[in-house]
Each structure stands twice: as C-alpha cells, then as structure tokens.
Ligand binder design. Structure first.
Ligand SMILES: Cc1cc2nc3c(=O)[nH]c(=O)nc-3n(C[C@H](O)[C@H](O)[C@H](O)COP(=O)(O)OP(=O)(O)OC[C@H]3O[C@@H](n4cnc5c(N)ncnc54)[C@H](O)[C@@H]3O)c2cc1C
Length: 437
C-alpha cells in the first residue's frame, strides 16, 4: 500500500528545496512578472528621438541593443551578484565595432559622437557595468592614446584595442587625490632610456586584467603631470581588486601599486605635458559618461513599464493605479529631458562649440535626474525593487558610482559655476583650512 505524503511535509520540502537551490529561476519563484533576463521592449523613446539620428546611427543603436538584450541581459544579474567579469562577452562587444568611438583610422570605427553616445546608452540600458567597461577602455584610455600619443604609439596599440583583442585602463585617481586629482603625487623620474614611476592609484576600472595601462604621474623635474603607457606584468606593477562595492559590481576596479616601475622613453605620451592636457580627453569622455545614466534610466523605465502591466494587486494591474501612473510618467519625462540635454551636448561638440562647463553641467544634471528616476522605479517594483533580477535594484546601485566618477555632481557643478561666474570656488580660502579645534 502506498502511503500518501503528508501535505505539511510536502510543503516543508518545497520550502527547503526553494531555499537550498541557488539556481532557482526567479520566474518560478515569482511567476507574475518577467525578470530582466528577458529584457523588456524599449518603451522609453516616447518623443521619438530616433528620428534625430541618421540611418547609420539608428542601425548602430539597434545593433548594440540586440546584442545587449540577447547576450548580456540573461547573465548580468548573476555576474553582478558574484562581482565577477563575464569575459565571454568581450568578443561580442568587439564585433559591435564601437571601441575607439570617434577615433578615425588605426582600425577604429570613426563614429559620430552622437552614434557613440547612443551606443553608450544602449549598453547602459541593459547593464551599466558593461557600458563602464567600454567607456574606460575606449573613451578614456584609447582616446588618450589617440589625442596625446605619438604616431608609433597609435599604430602599436589602437588596432588591437579597437577589436578588444587587448583591454585598457586609465589611471588618474589616487588614494589621497580624488576630486583634487591635479595635485596627484605619483612620481615619474627620468633615468637613462626611460622613467621610473612610483606611487599608488585607486579605483582604476579594468586594471586587474588590463593589458595596457595609461597612467598619469608627476614629472620630478618639471613638476608637471605626464602620461605613460605601462604593459601588464611590468616588474613592480600590482593591481588588487577593490571588493564590496554596492554598484557597478561587474567592473573590476583596482588599487594599483607602482613600485619603481620602469617605463621606456617610447612609452611616454608626448602630448601630456600638464594636467590641462587631460581635459581634451575628459571633455569627450564626460559627454559619454552623461549618456550612461540616460541609458540606465531608459532601461529602468522599460522594466517598470512592463512590470506594472504584469503585476496585479487589488484585482487590477499596478499600472491601473493613478499614483503609479504619475510616477511612471515622471520617470518618462525625466528620460525625455535627459536625452535632449545629451543630444544637444553631442551637437555642440560636433559644431566645435562645447565648453567644459557645458559637458560638466550635462553630466551633473543628468545624473541628478537619473537618481530620481531610479528611486521612483525602485518604489514601483515594491519588494522586487530590491532584487537584482528585476534590474531596478541593480541600476539603483550602479547609478551611485556614476554620480561620483568623472567628477562628482558637486565638482561638475563647480566647473560650470566657474564658467558662468568667472569665479573658481574649488579651494577654500587658506584661513578655513586651519582646524578650529
Ligand atoms: C566605481 C568607480 C570607478 C572609478 N573609475 C576610475 C578610473 O577608471 N580611473 C580613475 O582615474 N578614477 C576612477 N574613479 C575615481 C573617481 O573619479 C573619484 O572617485 C571621483 O573623482 C571622486 O573622488 P573621491 O572618491 O576621492 O571623493 P572626494 O574627492 O574625497 O570627495 C568626497 C566628497 O566631497 C566633495 N568635494 C570634494 N571636493 C570638493 C570641493 N572642492 N567642493 C565641493 N565639494 C567637494 C565631493 O563632491 C564628494 O561629495 C572611479 C571611482 C569609482 C567609485
């Protein structure tokens, strides 16, 4: 005789299996709404900004979107949780032909800045760690080599970086010098045939596995900032992963130690002779950084738009409640305004009219609006708003470092403040630097 199982035991076992199974699909645990591994359709282009793009720019946008939705969306929550980098996506990103962005020649795609910006947004719409990985490699490291490198350096490094056969990082920030990076202390001392670099760098994205490291250091003879290219495994070079981040967990940020690293003369970037020379690079990269929160907010809106129609409470979809509609529309309005600012920055740049203040205000204001947008999204998803599987919690965390890097919100506001008032307010007067205690 078969004894029917005790229903209490069945329930207990189901619970045990549920909690013991690390691979449980979130769609089984929560069948009412589709997780972000199946990415929602794009619903955030409400004012049809696609019409502003050329056919080539539109094609690029769709190519990046398709790759991100198909190849990255299914794995991003898992890698974000593990804080590991999915190396298998690098060839797929290489095939998109986006690395090198606006750089012409040397195997680079020579895109318009608008195409590059929309590509950045499409990467960030699905995963902001992925867009940051590309941005550091392309808009910071590759662009520095393109704008400040010798002809030989461009020929040597750019073609394989453009194909993602090699990966680059860009090291400016130091443990003691973040916003105040122009005061950096890493030294470059001239010796026969090259330079000896000594010091530390902090937060450097991709640095734990980069093949090529662009590093800034202070020339001990001129006291000015110079730039250098260092190769992976150079004696005296060590990069240690920074653990326990709450955002951009897939990006491998490192602490770099430079212990008497020898850099041959031919690896010094001839175009970096002062801190001001980095601003040529930062002007473009800040526009790209501004497009990350735009894309990230689009993804959050798209996710909420689908979720509110799928999830029901009180017998109706969440989308039927007026308060939820107001939040959704506020998010949508923010996205439209962000795109307009980002788009205008691109056009000012293309016309040669963009100033550092324009780029800084764009980055600062867009990240501010994005913070409101992801916070509203987090509310709208209720409990699932704190799960990385439903994208919004992940995006909520990812936005925080974006708010802070490439100039914090405050520093970028002060850059624009200096431009519009003619008064620099970064450094407090000497009297306020003395302790009052
Ligand atoms: C995830 C991540 C990735 C990064 N990637 C890179 C990278 O690849 N390469 C790289 O070189 N760097 C990188 N950075 C460093 C980044 O650019 C710095 O974190 C940023 O410039 C801020 O510096 P800080 O963290 O030292 O903050 P701090 O400079 O210590 O600032 C702390 C606070 O004080 C405020 N503050 C500081 N000075 C002023 C002032 N004068 N007036 C008003 N407010 C002020 C700031 O706005 C901020 O709110 C990265 C950082 C993060 C978090």
């Amino acid at each position: 005789m078969t004894v029917p199982p005790n229903q209490d035991d069945v329930k207990k076992n189901e619970r045990t299996n549920y909690f013991n199974s690390p691979a449980l699909d979130v769609s089984l645990a929560f069948p009412q709404a589709t997780p972000a591994s199946t990415f929602p359709p794009c619903a955030s282009d409400y004012y049809q900004f696609d019409d502003l793009l050329t056919p080539e720019e539109q094609a690029m946008r769709l190519r990046v979107r398709k790759c991100m939705e198909k190849d990255v969306a299914p794995i991003m929550a898992e890698y974000w949780e593990k804080a590991e980098f999915p190396f298998q996506i690098i060839p797929k990103l290489g095939a998109l032909r986006i690395a090198g962005g606006t750089i012409k020649g040397y195997g680079c795609p020579g895109l318009s800045i608008t195409a590059s910006a929309f590509a950045t947004a499409e990467l960030a719409r699905v995963d902001a760690s992925c867009s940051t990985f590309v941005l550091v490699h392309s808009s910071l490291a590759m662009l520095t080599i393109a704008l400040c490198g010798s002809e030989a350096q461009k020929q040597k490094y750019l073609p394989s970086l453009a194909e993602f056969k090699t990966v680059a990082c860009w090291g400016l920030t130091e443990p003691d010098y973040g916003s105040d990076a122009s005061a950096l202390r890493t030294t470059a001392t001239k010796v026969e045939g090259g330079w000896i670099l000594e010091g530390q760098k902090r937060w450097i994205g991709n640095s734990t596995f980069a093949d090529v490291l662009v590093i800034f250091a202070r020339n001990t003879t001129t006291n000015q900032i110079n730039g250098f290219i260092i190769k992976k495994n150079a004696p005296g070079l060590a990069a240690t992963k920074i653990e326990n981040k709450i955002g951009l967990r897939i990006v491998q940020n490192g602490d770099i130690l430079l212990n008497k690293v020898f850099v041959p003369d031919e690896e010094r970037l001839p175009g970096v002779n002062s801190f001001q020379d980095t601003s040529k690079v930062l002007a473009v990269s800040r526009v790209m950084v501004a497009w990350q929160p735009i894309g990230l907010s689009m993804g959050v809106y798209d996710m909420c738009h689908r979720y509110l129609k799928e999830r029901k409470q009180f017998g109706a979809p969440l989308a039927a409640f007026q308060i939820n509609q107001e939040k959704l529309v506020r998010m949508l309005g923010n996205v439209q305004a962000m795109v307009l600012i980002g788009w205008r920055l691109c056009k000012l740049y293309e016309a040669g009219k963009m100033t550092p203040g324009h780029a800084s205000m764009g980055k600062a204001w867009i990240t501010l609006r994005a913070r409101e947008t992801v916070a509203l999204g987090r509310e709208l998803l209720g409990g699932n708003g704190i799960l990385s599987d439903f994208l919004v919690a992940k995006a909520f965390g990812d936005l925080e470092p974006i708010y802070t890097f490439e100039g914090t919100y405050d520093i970028n506001s002060l850059v624009t403040g200096r431009e519009v008032t003619g008064i620099a307010s970064f450094k407090p007067p000497a009297s306020s630097q003395r302790s009052r205690l």
